[in-house]
Design a protein around this ligand. Structure first.
Ligand code: HEM
Ligand code: HEM
Length: 227
């Protein structure tokens, strides 16, 4: 039996994913420890902001399957997918499924809201986000209440759902999504008649260049407003 490989997740998308996962775990742990760990909380928070900016740009210029135009967001498509009337077209096996597409949008939005609220939060002891000193106290209080309350719970719930969905696909649907997020390829017994994501040295270099620009913008903002 021959094996066919089809690139779905380009290198920069995979590095983005694992960096985001490590940073989010570090943020939840350091936020709950507090005290001296908050120095690292802020650093990991800035990393997440740069990663999110990178992902938004990559959604327009990245590999085929990382582009937002390939996300399947139509409500009718989601209903069909949940009812089990799944398309058997080759190209529909690749990329994010309809529920997967919405979960990516949800994760990115909730992580973005949490990081933005963090910028305005102040623990009234030793740690404050760089924008807290520039905002009215009502905004700082609301941002802090969201960041330490519903925002924190929402992130933990969505990450748990994300992991639960991957386990569900692996055992109930017999589709292991993890390897593609590690080595980039969908591996199957037959060739798939659909575009593959561009990857390789130039893609890695351009991904790195986009991230460096995003990180520089965050660093400039932090230096400008005071971290
Ligand atoms: C805090 C932790 C995590 C966060 C915030 C997170 C977030 C995300 C995001 C935003 C995507 C979409 C990728 C993109 O298109 O840019 C994604 C996809 C994915 N993640 Fe995670 N992730 C986390 C942890 C994990 C872990 C621990 C695993 C492995 C067990 C995992 C496995 C996957 C897989 C397999 C996909 C691709 C799903 C598909 O085929 O549609 N993630 N994740
Ligand atoms: C998505 C990224 C982030 C996550 C998941 C996260 C998570 C958390 C958690 C779990 C706590 C502890 C909440 C508690 O006491 O129960 C916390 C506190 C805090 N975080 Fe974040 N955080 C993120 C980003 C940021 C950023 C970017 C900043 C600022 C640069 C920031 C600044 C703070 C501050 C100042 C506190 C203390 C708030 C208080 O005690 O009132 N966080 N965060």
């Amino acid at each position: 039996m021959s094996i066919h490989k089809h690139r779905v997740w380009d290198g920069p998308t995979r590095v983005f994913h694992w960096a985001l996962a490590v940073a989010i775990v570090a943020l939840i742990v350091s936020g709950n420890i507090g005290g001296n760990a908050m120095v690292w909380h802020m650093r990991a928070g800035y990393l997440v902001l740069s990663l999110l900016m990178f992902r938004v740009v990559w959604g327009f210029v990245g590999g085929h399957w990382s582009r937002f135009s390939q996300f399947r967001l139509s409500p009718a498509g989601v209903v069909r997918y949940l009812r089990g009337n799944q398309s058997t077209r080759d190209s529909d096996i690749l990329g994010h499924s309809p529920t997967g597409s919405w979960s990516v949008v949800g994760l990115l939005a909730v992580v973005g809201a949490q990081a933005t609220a963090g910028l305005f939060s102040d623990d009234d002891i030793a740690t404050a986000g760089p924008l807290a000193a520039h905002a009215p106290s009502a905004i700082v209080d609301a941002a802090g209440a969201y960041h330490t309350g519903p925002g924190k719970l929402l992130i933990i719930a969505l990450v748990a759902l994300h992991l639960g969905a991957i386990v569900f696909y692996a055992f109930k649907r017999k589709r292991n999504l993890l390897p593609a997020m590690l080595h980039g390829d969908h591996v199957g017994a037959s060739a798939i008649d659909a575009p593959a994501s561009r990857d390789g040295l130039w893609v890695w270099l351009s991904g790195a260049a986009v991230w460096v620009l995003c990180a520089a913008l965050v660093a400039w903002g932090v230096a400008r407003f005071g971290g």
